[in-house]
Structures are given as structure tokens and as C-alpha cells.
Design a protein around this ligand. Structure first.
Ligand code: NAP
Length: 487
């Protein structure tokens, strides 16, 4: 018996489009993508701040099945990446399958199917639901007294207002994560004065960003093997790097020494002291930047390490009572990385809500599936290997895994599938046991940590993620139900 599943994918970013392409490739054609915004691209659509680029090499930050021969830089700028994903939507004819400006507000599993309710008030019923809502989507605004009293423009990094003039102006940037650092590099030359408000110092991996020669594009176009070699080479380098994250050893020592040497390049000892982190390199997401220390040492750039007391009409007042008068405030204060598919109201079998299921924290089996939520899968779900790895590569692995389950459904093997609570608990216990080896558990705070203080990251090398998700599943770990006996 074969049958055709209806699949809903939530989100038309990099992951959601990957999911749709992989389903279509498998001959599964009843695929609808629900996208709450007006365009594809997710994070690359939303983030347009100056200095934006991807800190994963472009030849590895792309789909294996759609190499872009034309990347201009080792780490290409944000608009180029958005153009790539927009081109993917056209090339794979995805736009006709996307319902733009349509948010799934509720998804309820009932009688072996998912019943979806959208922000437009429409209802849809599908066999499978895939959440591809991205990780860094819900903006985090700082709780600073008087933030609303500021007389000039204030913008979160992910909602850059291009009508705001920054050239020659006095700009405050709050936050020293990857975003704050990129913005400082992007603005330092053009602003009149820039003050970076740092609550915590960060380690910086110095990485040059050379442009590809004009010959690189034509060569990669004519010799497709070069794309594959480029992908594999960059993957090897990043996987080397990933080993430093998940267990102590010489990989970690090498990267630590490079970061320390980079910090020593800061000439002024007082500035160097202020820029010295109180944690090990990589405990927070390592910042990759070839230009930050140069930018922060410019005459027109200041690092402010006094804590912010409040904001008033003219600017930011620090705890030493000093008023930092500015024209524009940029909030590079990050995201709530633990929202996952929420605020969608996800209701599984027997009425269990996602908030109930995740009362103790977000848990999944193999990062993609949750007990009690049959025929539901996530891309970039809890404990996905997101630490400085290519999320595109992770998405491809997770999509392949998901397609295999849907193919089994199509063949009539089951009507619904969800991991068992025991197998999921076992997998999470396995991860918990491995977490103390990781650099994320060496004592620092970051968006990596869950409510329980433990990193919500994959505690093994990325190839283990690939191997485990692509191995044939042990069916004892899953609850397979069949409502209708197969004919
Ligand atoms: P983030 O790493 O969470 O950093 C937020 C920053 O804001 C931190 O420095 C934090 O200080 C500061 N902050 C928050 N509230 C504050 C307050 N009330 N007062 C003062 N400072 C405050 O966020 P992000 O920089 O947006 O980066 C998030 C992630 O996005 C990155 O880790 C990375 O995964 C991704 N990203 C990737 C790229 C890329 O190239 N691929 C580029 C940008 C971002 P504390 O450190 O003290 O908490």
C-alpha cells in the first residue's frame, strides 16, 4: 500500500526550504510551507545590520545540492547569503508552495493528523508537521530603566532601520556577542563616535576574510568538482574546530593559544585588560572576526565597561554617574534561543501541550522528535549541534532523517510515529553524561545554557550527529501506531 502524505512545514528560512526540497526530491509533492513574514530567508531576511556576514565559510554554508560558484568572500556578506536563499526559492519553484504572511498559531494532533490554525483564521489538516522556525528568531530586549525615554532612534540589531542615519553620528552599541562585534566593525569607519557597552568580554578568533579572485567563480561553474572539494575542505576545518568544543585536548589548546595571542595584539594594556574575558575561549560562542580589535582601537571608538544604570532622553547613564550622549542606540542584545516553535500552541496526543511536555526544559530524541507528538519533527530542535557549525549541513542531515520516516508512512508501515519516552530519556541521559566534557560546561553564561544551567547543545562531534540521524532507526525506540489495518 502506498499513500501520499500532506506535509506542512513551518518557516521558509534555510531549514524549511531544505525540508521542502528534500520532500519534493523524494516524490512527496503535497507540501505547504507556512511563513509568517513576507519573504523567504529567515534570519538572513531579518538581519540587515552593517557589517553582517556569516562566520562559517560560504563554501560550507550552502546546500550540498545547490552549490553557489559565485561566493565573493571566504565569509560572504549577509545580503549575498540572502540572495542565495532567495534564488533557491526560485530555482526549486518553492514560492508557489509558500503561504506568506501566514503564521501557524495552533497545531493540534487528533485522529492521526495535525490540525493547523493560522493567523488568518484558516484551518488545514495534514499528516506531518515539520517545525523549521529557526533558533535566533525571538528578539531579546534588555531590561534597562528608561530605555523608552531615549530621544533618538533605538533599534534591535535584527530590525535595522535603514532610514536612520549613522554616518557622522554618535552611536551606542549595547552587547558584545557576534552581532555587536560585527556591527562595531561595520560602523566604526563611518560614525562620528561609537561607544560599545560591554557587560562581558569575549574571546575573538582572528580570521581574515579574503575575497575570492575573479577566476574562482568561472572555475567553480565549469568544474563542479571544485564545489565539492571546497565544501569538504571547509567542512574538515570546521569539524577540526568542533572537536575542540566537545572534549579537552590539543584542538582546544591550539584555539585557546590563537585567541590569547590575538588579544595580545591590543596595544594599550588597560584596554587589553578590559577586553580579557573571565572564561575559557569557546565557552560562549566563539566570535570570529579579523577586524574587531582594529576597530575598537580606533580614535573614534570607545569601550565602556561601566555597567549601564539607566537611559535618559540624551543617552546612556552608567553606574559611575556619567552620561554618554548619543544620537542612536543599537541593541545587539541577542535572542531567546529557547523558544523553538513557540509561541505556536503545539498540542500533541491526548491534549498534551508543548509547555507541559517541556516543563523540565526542551527535550527531544536525536534533536528532531518528541514523545507524545507523533508525526511531528523539528529542524534545529533541542541539542542540535549549532556551536560554530554550518546550520545548513545540520538541516540537511535532519531533513534526510525526517524524509525517511515520512517514506515509511507512505509505504504504510504505520499511521503515526513518535519516540518513546524511555528512549528519549535515555538519549538525554547519554547527552547529560557527555556534557561535562564540553567547553560550554567550563563556567560561563550564554544563550547556549538552558534553564537547568546545562548547555542545550550536541555534546559530541558533528559527524556523530550525521551518523546517528542517518543510521536505520531502532524501531523499539519508537511508538508506531496503526489505526487502519494494512490491506
Ligand atoms: P548574544 O551572543 O546573546 O549577545 C548578546 C549581548 O548583549 C551580550 O554581550 C550580552 O551581555 C549583551 N546584553 C544583553 N542584555 C544586556 C543588558 N541589559 N545590558 C548590557 N548588555 C546586555 O547575541 P548576538 O550577538 O546577537 O549573537 C547571538 C548568536 O547569533 C551568536 O552567538 C551566533 O550564534 C549568531 N550569530 C551568528 C553570526 C554569524 O556570522 N553566523 C553573526 C551574528 C550572530 P552578556 O554577555 O553579559 O550576557
Amino acid at each position: 500500500m502506498t499513500r501520499e502524505p500532506a506535509v506542512a512545514v513551518v518557516g521558509a528560512g534555510m531549514s524549511g526550504m531544505c525540508m521542502a526540497i528534500k520532500l519534493l526530491e523524494a516524490g512527496i509533492t503535497d507540501v505547504t510551507i507556512y511563513e509568517k513574514s513576507h519573504d523567504v530567508g529567515g534570519t538572513w531576511r531579518d538581519n540587515t545590520y552593517p557589517g553582517l556576514s556569516c562566520d562559517v565559510p560560504s563554501r560550507f554554508y550552502q546546500y550540498t545540492f545547490a552549490a553557489n560558484p559565485n561566493w565573493t568572500h571566504l565569509f560572504s556578506p549577509g545580503p549575498e547569503i540572502q540572495k542565495y536563499f532567495s534564488g533557491i526559492a526560485d530555482r526549486f519553484d518553492l514560492r508557489s508552495r509558500i503561504r506568506f504572511r501566514t503564521e501557524i498559531v495552533e497545531a493540534r494532533f487528533d485522529a492521526d493528523r495535525w490540525h493547523l490554525r493560522t493567523s488568518r483564521g484558516t484551518e488545514h489538516v495534514v499528516d506531518f508537521l515539520v517545525s523549521a522556525t529557526g533558533i535566533l528568531r525571538e528578539l531579546r530586549y534588555p531590561k534597562i530603566t528608561g530605555l523608552a525615554d531615549f530621544g533618538g532612534p533605538t533599534m534591535h540589531s535584527a530590525r535595522w532601520d535603514h532610514s536612520v542615519e549613522t554616518t557622522g553620528k554618535r552611536v551606542a552599541v549595547i552587547g558584545t556577542g557576534s552581532t555587536g562585534v560585527q556591527i562595531v566593525c561595520g560602523l566604526a569607519e563611518e560614525v562620528g563616535r561609537l561607544e560599545l557597552f560591554q557587560r562581558s568580554a569575549q574571546w575573538i578568533l582572528p580570521t581574515p576574510n579574503p575575497a575570492y579572485t575573479p577566476l574562482a567563480g568561472p572555475l567553480h561553474r565549469r568544474i563542479p568538482l571544485m564545489n565539492r572539494i571546497g565544501y569538504r575542505t571547509h567542512r574538515e576545518v570546521i569539524e577540526f574546530f568542533s572537536k575542540a568544543l566537545v572534549k579537552p585536548g590539543w584542538h582546544r589548546t591550539v584555539l585557546t593559544k590563537i585567541c590569547e595571542a590575538n588579544l595580545r595584539s591590543v596595544r594599550d594594556p588597560e584596554l587589553r585588560r578590559k577586553l580579557t574575558p573571565d572564561h575559557l575561549p569557546m565557552c560562549r560562542r566563539l566570535i570570529v572576526s579579523g577586524g574587531f580589535y582594529r576597530a575598537i582601537q580606533r580614535e573614534n571608538v570607545d569601550l565602556v565597561t561601566e555597567a549601564i544604570d539607566h537611559i535618559e532622553q540624551r543617552g546612556i547613564v552608567t553606574e559611575d554617574g556619567r552620561l554618554h550622549e548619543v544620537d542612536v542606540i543599537v541593541l545587539a542584545t541577542g535572542f531567546d534561543a529557547h523558544a523553538y516553535m513557540r509561541p505556536m500552541n503545539l498540542i500533541g496526543r491526548d491534549g498534551i501541550t508543548i509547555d507541559d511536555a517541556w516543563e523540565g526544559g526542551p527535550r527531544a530524541r536525536l534533536t528532531v522528535a518528541i514523545p507524545g507528538f507523533p508525526n511531528f519533527f523539528m529542524i534545529m530542535g533541542p541539542h542540535s549541534p549549532v556551536g560554530n557549525y554550518s546550520l545548513v549541513a545540520i538541516a540537511e542531515t535532519q531533513c534526510k532523517h525526517i524524509v525517511r520516516w515520512i517514506e515509511k508512512w507512505r509505504a504504510g508501515t504505520f499511521d503515526s510515529v513518535a519516540p518513546t519516552p524511555e528512549a528519549t530519556a535515555g538519549f538525554n541521559a547519554e547527552m547529560r553524561a557527555a556534557l561535562p566534557n564540553t567547553v560550554w560546561a567550563t563556567g560561563c553564561t550564554s544563550w547556549y545554557l538552558g534553564k537547568d544551567g546545562l548547555p542545550e547543545l550536541w555534546p559530541w562531534a558533528p559527524d556523530v550527529h550525521r551518523d546517528r540521524l542517518l543510521a536505520p532507526p531502532d524501531l523499539d525506540d519508537y511508538e508506531l501506531r496503526t489505526t487502519q489495518p494494512a490491506k
